[in-house]
Every structure is written in C-alpha cells, then in structure tokens.
Design a protein around this ligand. Sequence first.
Ligand code: CA
Ligand code: CA
Length: 221
Amino acid sequence: MADHVWMQERDNAASGYAFLGENTYVADTEEPDVTPPVITLLGETPVTHGVGTPYVDAGATALDDVDGNITDNIVTVNPVNSNVVGSYLVTYNVDDAAGNSATEVVRVVDVVDFPPTITRIGPGAILHPLNTAYVDAGATAEDPEDGTITGSIVTFNPVNTAVPGAYVITYNVDDSFGNSAPEVRRVVIVVDPNAPVEDSGTAIITNLTSNLISNLTGNIV
Ligand SMILES: [Ca+2]
Ligand SMILES: [Ca+2]
C-alpha cells in the first residue's frame, strides 16, 4: 500500500526551528477496505436432481470492490450425495483480503427419484376378431435414472379371444428405486364378425366400449 514517500525538511531561517534532518514515512492514501465482496450464484436454486446420476454443481463467482475477481477464493461446502434422495444445501463463502466476509450464498439441491414412463406400442383401442390369436404389441418403458426398463414391465393381459367382449390390458413398471410409472392401458374388443349385427359386433362395441371408456381415466386414444 506504500505509494508515497514524503521527504520533509524544516528550514531554520523561515520557521525558527533547527533543521531536523530527513523525516521519511509512508503515507497510505487509500481508505481502508470495509466493503465485503459479493457472491453471485451460477445456475438455479433450488435444483432438482435425479438420484443415482452424478451431480455437478454450477458454482458461483465472487467480486470484491478492491480485490476484484476472487472467485478462486470461494469456499464451497457441497454435501450433496447424489445416490441418496434428500434435500441438500450447498454453501458458498468468501473473504476479501481485508477480511470482510461476503454474505453466504446457499443453493438448495433436491435429489429425487423421477418416475419411469411407459409408452404403449400401437393404438389404445383395438377391434379383434373372435377366435383368432391375439398378439399384443406391448409397451416400452424409460426411466430418467435407470434408462430403458422395458424388460421390467408387468403386463396384465386378460384377453380371451374365444369370448366376445372388451378387455383391458394394463402395463405397469417400477424403477430400481421402487418408483412406479403411471399405469398405461389398452382396450381390446373381441368381436364376432359373423354374428348378426344386433347380436354382436356393433352391439358389443356400442355397449362395452362406451361403458369402459367412460370408466377409465386417460391412456386410451
Ligand atoms: Ca472489499
Ligand atoms: Ca427413476
């Protein structure tokens, strides 16, 4: 901080004082730094993060009125365990060279398990002729953390191709954390194409489909 060196001489004739010699001292002309630095969070808070995937914190920057950019001096405490569901606080602190502390900045990181989703292959409602083999097209399942879990889908398929009627196939899946996907369904209507219209076919479609679809919530296209 030494930026001025003063040389002081006293003139005997003018002041009446004896010459005292050189008096050298350092003058610090700057005001003391009493202003704390400011931390700016990068990224968002709160953050929702999928469990089981690596968490990379977006960090923060720090600027001080005297010291300038002191981002490298930030002390970050990051307790996030991305393998354990929970809410975590990441804290950022920094001091300037004069010892002024910035206001602590905090990020909330919520480690959560996102549920999987099921995608039905093919239409949500199918007309199928009586006494012919029915092969269901199935569904696929994806989980944000586990990836493809189609092989874990549990399918309930009550279709009886020997008996005219409307059957609801359901697809369910859980991810490795036990989180369930919303159930997906398909309606298969087994009809007798040779039956009189008033006995089968249209009658079944009219009666059963309307009842079923009105009773089911979603997932039927
Ligand atoms: Ca400062
Ligand atoms: Ca999941």
